[in-house]
Design a protein around this ligand. Sequence first.
Ligand SMILES: Cc1cc2nc3c(=O)[nH]c(=O)nc-3n(C[C@H](O)[C@H](O)[C@H](O)COP(=O)(O)OP(=O)(O)OC[C@H]3O[C@@H](n4cnc5c(N)ncnc54)[C@H](O)[C@@H]3O)c2cc1C
Length: 357
Amino acid sequence: MHARAASSAAAAGGGGGSSEGPSICVVGAGVIGMTSALRIKQALPAASVTVVAEQLEDTTSHCAGGLWKPYTLGDTPPELVNRWGRDTLQHYLGLYQSPEAPAAGAVLTSAYQLFRQPVPNPEWAQVVPHFRQMSEAERRVLDPEGSHSHGWFYTTVITEGRLYMGWLAQQLAAAGGQRLARRVAAVEELAGHDVVVNCTGLGAKALFGDDSCYPVRGHVLRVRAPWVRHYTNSENGPGEESTYIIPNSETVVLGGTLGPGDWDTTPREADRRRIFERACAVLPSLRSAELVAEWVGLRPGRPSVRLELEEVQLKGGSSKPSLPVVHNYGHGGAGLTLAWGCAGDAAQLVQQALARR
Ligand SMILES: Cc1cc2nc3c(=O)[nH]c(=O)nc-3n(C[C@H](O)[C@H](O)[C@H](O)COP(=O)(O)OP(=O)(O)OC[C@H]3O[C@@H](n4cnc5c(N)ncnc54)[C@H](O)[C@@H]3O)c2cc1C
């Protein structure tokens, strides 16, 4: 994947937009930033939309397995998670039905989530198709020894980060959006734009001084196991570290770990062994799978997702006293699960900010 970058530094600072339309700067090129940029460009075709990011490729979003499932979202209200999640799932189901499916990496899959104790239905049970508590006979197909006493079955979509991020980049370029590789040290640098959209994930801690942001470290393995086609998960209860198996196009993702507050992205031997052994306990055939890659990523944790418009006061010396900023960050372990729905709200907030000028 190659970035189509804006040609001049003016696009980063502002003033690089078309003469007819407003100039919108989206900071961050993960799934939240790229989806926001695309939906803003779709809502405001005359606007100049520039994505500015330190990393245009290989973000956390590019490396994620891409399962649709709300996870590690703190106290984000369930009604918001369901609304954003439903919009996003509908978008992925639409992609799965369309000729875009292979390019976007959208795959429909069955999900089997096994538990060792009774667990109530999740709030999002109403969002996914075919949700039901599994019967014992269904559980035994996956767990012949009967080590799990309960389970959920549902249908969901896997939108593999690597493929979907490439598709988003193509869509944005085709719509006329631009991308520019650059770190933003202070919001004042963007004063020339009409609206800034903050999609910096964990970067919001430094850029906007949000000390409630924290990393939730996650270690996953990628193995070659083409016989595995369904999502399987075994856990002790919601919020507990779980064992998960997510098929992607060329590899199967085995996870995982949950390390709140841990910034270390170096893989640990003990975790690697634990992840593999736990996955083999759920699906013993994985012992034949070749390990092809591993990755430690940092989920952008926060007490809840932040999606709101703020008039940010700029420091002295700026060309104007304040700048409207739409914040869209803190999606924890569910950025791909919520991105399309959140981006729809972000596009509306940008329109509100422009209407106030
Ligand atoms: C192991 C693991 C597995 C996961 N699996 C799934 C899954 O199956 N399904 C799912 O929905 N989610 C999953 N997630 C979570 C998902 O990856 C995140 O929620 C998502 O990537 C967050 O997207 P984002 O765009 O907010 O942040 P990121 O992808 O981290 O992107 C942030 C962007 O902001 C830029 N940036 C930050 N600060 C600055 C600055 N000062 N100047 C310029 N640019 C800046 C960065 O360079 C980057 O481009 C997983 C996460 C991990 C770690």
